[in-house]
Unconditional design. Sequence first.
Length: 167
Amino acid sequence: MKQKLYNKVNKLKKVIMKSALLRKFAVVGLLALVNVFHLAVAAAPSEPILETNEAVLAASSVAARSVLEAPYRKIITVLVTGYSSTPDQTDTTPFITAYNTEVRDGIVAANFLPAGTKIRIPELFDDKIFVVEDRMHERFSDRIDIWFADRESAENFGVKTAKVQIL
């Protein structure tokens, strides 16, 4: 039963992601709703997939502890790169994300995660939370690209392999 729900939700996500209306806020809202449903199915008690990283909790500030105490869904290891709002690193609208929001600190681009997905990269950014609001060229389907305010910071960041918590 649970696997059937996963399959239906994943099919719906694929349809939404392929839609020509993807840049419209209504579709982003619908995708967020699908993700909430997906989380509800994933958190069903029959298959506990949530875990808490005690080492990260112990090293965190008191203010951030309330955010960190919320369990994450999954940990993945991916390449993490940086980009900035320069025309050679973006499209013709370098300060607008793929989801029609302005670029800002905490924005990431990822092709394999749904819009609005929150992630954390503790080994590189401690308890900072990033939000997927941008996309990359289709050839980069297996990495996360972090937005930096200037090109020098993005280049200095370079290419790293890191464990990413999907919240």
